[in-house]
Design a protein around this ligand. Structure first.
Ligand SMILES: Cc1cc2nc3c(=O)[nH]c(=O)nc-3n(C[C@H](O)[C@H](O)[C@H](O)COP(=O)(O)OP(=O)(O)OC[C@H]3O[C@@H](n4cnc5c(N)ncnc54)[C@H](O)[C@@H]3O)c2cc1C
Length: 389
């Protein structure tokens, strides 16, 4: 096992953990589960488990649709984690008896206008060039799959391996799994890492990691809506739909219980207010793509803070000057899809003491001087209110 400070005397063995995890979001809880399942004594510190970004997240598992230009290493990690999701979901369901809304119908990517389609096709060509499964569909083929799509939709493509899960079911299930494996939850915040008494500390505090470690993790605000099909029926579509609509980028995630998640803004801000303009833009784009949404109930408008990093990729592994403090943060738009692989790689590191080569591109020391800039003032600003995941 990776081991830092000297073991405590036998009299305190009952209370002193082998590993302390700071943060009980999906990342911290999954790491706690994996570590406890290996027989390690685990304590998880969080005053409000599951109250971070995961509380609002859509739950798309979209390594293909979110394979963006210039992010090849991140795409590799996303694909590797998505490949672990079927077994991860099955194990979680078996361990807890809880269904987490894991669905495999796939993702449709669509363009409303000719310009939207041209923009989308540039990305699909890039994704196909990486060898990813993206199948262009004619409008008639699109409507065969999803008749509820607006007749104006000009074209689309299918990413059959991009799935979804419900984060509001996932996080409580992970908490149950971690606790059943023996992890102990301490409902208090950690103000300083020096307050934590454990040989190894894992910082999985989402946006809270910056204050604890000085790592360049910044809040990236996302406003998101939840609608509900009338009369308790399931939504009139089955795929996750990611659409370009008159220049706006939105996604629609249908749940079996009638809920539809419609998101999301991407804003370089740290507040969680919901603005009328964002709600208007999301609804307009959503209804343009799927007109029946206009008849749905609007049940929630909320904002969350993604833990962003300068290169949009997570920070995984030891702090540069503190080998027994492991970062597992900065998952930005991808923390749900990256939950299984993060948990496995960090638990392997804690248990075996040797970093998996997969961790190499995501080391905490990769930012160099850029880290200080980002930590103090954030990265280059993007357009406030830009819509996407
Ligand atoms: C609008 C929106 C949509 C999203 N959609 C998707 C999606 O479709 N797919 C996807 O993969 N990802 C999505 N994400 C991103 C995803 O939600 C995050 O990447 C993920 O939640 C990160 O998990 P985490 O456990 O690291 O952090 P969080 O979920 O933010 O949890 C952090 C936890 O740490 C605790 N904490 C913080 N500071 C401290 C401290 N000092 N001491 C103790 N505890 C502390 C908090 O209370 C919280 O419980 C979305 C995010 C947003 C905002």
């Amino acid at each position: 096992m990776l081991t830092g400070r000297s073991p405590s005397p036998p009299s305190s063995d009952r209370v002193r953990p082998d590993v302390a995890v700071v943060g009980a979001g999906p990342i911290g809880l999954a790491i706690a589960w994996r570590c406890a399942a290996r027989g390690l004594r685990v304590v998880v510190h969080d005053p409000a488990p599951g109250s971070g970004a995961s509380a609002v997240a859509a739950g798309m598992l979209s390594p293909v649709a979110e394979a963006y230009f210039g992010e090849r290493q991140l795409t590799g990690l996303l694909l590797a984690s998505a490949a672990r999701w079927p077994a991860f979901a099955a194990e979680l369901a078996e361990t807890t008896g809880v269904e987490i809304g894991y669905r495999t119908e796939g993702t449709l990517m669509v363009g409303l206008t000719g310009d939207d389609l041209a923009e989308a096709r540039r990305l699909w060509a890039y994704q196909q060039g990486l060898g990813l499964p993206v199948t262009p569909l004619r409008p008639s083929e699109l409507r065969d799959r999803e008749p509820a799509l607006a007749p104006r939709v000009r074209g689309g493509a299918l990413a059959p391996t991009d799935h979804q899960v419900d984060p509001r079911l996932l996080v409580p299930a992970l908490r149950t799994a971690a606790q059943r494996a023996g992890a102990v939850l301490v409902p208090q915040p950690v103000r300083f890492l020096s307050d934590v008494d454990a040989p190894v500390t894992v910082v999985a505090a989402g946006c809270g990691a910056a204050a604890l470690t000085g790592l360049p993790v910044r809040p990236v605000k996302g406003q998101i809506l939840r609608l509900r099909a009338p009369d308790g029926v399931a939504p009139g579509f089955r795929h996750v739909i990611r659409g370009y609509a008159d220049g706006e980028h939105v996604y629609l995630v249908p749940r079996a219980d009638g809920e539809v998640v419609l998101g999301a803004t991407v804003e370089e801000r740290s507040d969680t207010t919901v603005t009328a303009g964002a709600v208007q833009r999301l609804l307009r784009a959503g209804v343009d793509l799927l007109p029946e949404l206009a008849e749905y109930d609007l049940v929630e408008a909320v904002a969350g803070l993604r833990p962003g990093t300068p290169d949009n990729a997570p920070i995984l592994g030891p702090l540069p000057d503190r080998p027994y403090v492991l970062a597992a943060t900065g998952h930005h738009r991808h923390g749900i899809v990256l939950t299984p692989i993060t948990a496995d790689l960090i638990a392997d590191l804690v248990f075996g003491g040797v970093p998996d080569p997969l961790l190499a591109p995501f080391r905490a020391d990769r930012f160099g001087g850029a880290a200080a800039v980002a930590a103090s003032g954030g990265p280059e600003p993007t357009l406030e209110g830009d819509l996407w995941s």
